[in-house]
Design a protein around this ligand. Structure first.
Ligand code: GRF
Length: 192
């Protein structure tokens, strides 16, 4: 049976990427076919290598070149793109070539704490500063703007008073690890 191939785009440590790779390793339908990173030093590169997965490090010039970028994804027969801590904005040609087929995860309850500059610790520091009592994660479709597409799933967690930004980040990341892969699976399978 033909697999549905996903490419994971990541810029950082790649803990979500690792969870996704593990989740789909023996999947009957969905396969991680490629890891794309914009950072040659990113932890996710090692994650790809240790899991025997092809990895492509892309420069901005290639990433924004429609012909080259679409050719790269075609080479690996990519059907869906999953962003897991990927920090560049997805160019319009990619959004339209993969219409409703690009997912992102964001470590807040969007539309709160989203948009340009709201990534990583910046998100959790802002949440802490505002003395929020709850936060969470959002999985959404990707459009031409940062953190703006249709929401597929949100999960909340409470913020105890004594938690600092790093503690909040840890709690939210646990939610991400738990929910991203099953949501990707459910979403892709809904295309059947
Ligand atoms: C996650 O919090 C994700 O929501 C955000 O970047 C972080 C990536 O962490 N977009 P990791 O690289 O998967 O460990």
């Amino acid at each position: 049976m033909k697999h549905t191939n996903i490419a994971i785009f990541a810029s950082g440590g790649g803990s979500n990427a690792l969870k996704i790779i593990q989740y789909f390793r023996h999947h009957h339908k969905i396969k991680v076919a490629l890891i794309v990173s914009n950072q040659a030093q990113a932890g996710v590169i090692q994650v790809a290598i240790s899991n025997d997965l092809p990895v492509e490090v892309v420069q901005k010039s290639l990433f924004s070149n429609e012909v080259e970028m679409l050719a790269l994804l075609k080479k690996y027969k990519v059907d869906f793109i999953v962003l897991a801590g990927f920090l560049w904005l997805i160019p319009p040609f990619l959004v339209s070539a993969f219409k409703s087929k690009i997912l992102n995860i964001h470590p807040s309850l969007l539309p709160l704490y989203g948009g340009k500059g709201m990534y990583g610790q910046h998100v959790h520091q802002a949440v802490k500063k505002d003395e929020k009592t709850e936060t969470g994660m959002t999985i959404h479709l990707v459009n031409e703007k940062y953190d703006d597409g249709d929401i597929l799933l949100q999960k909340k967690c409470t913020i105890e008073k004594e938690l600092d930004a790093a503690g909040i980040a840890k709690k939210v990341l646990e939610l991400e690890h738990l929910h991203y892969s099953p949501m990707i699976e459910q979403y892709i399978c809904s295309f059947e």
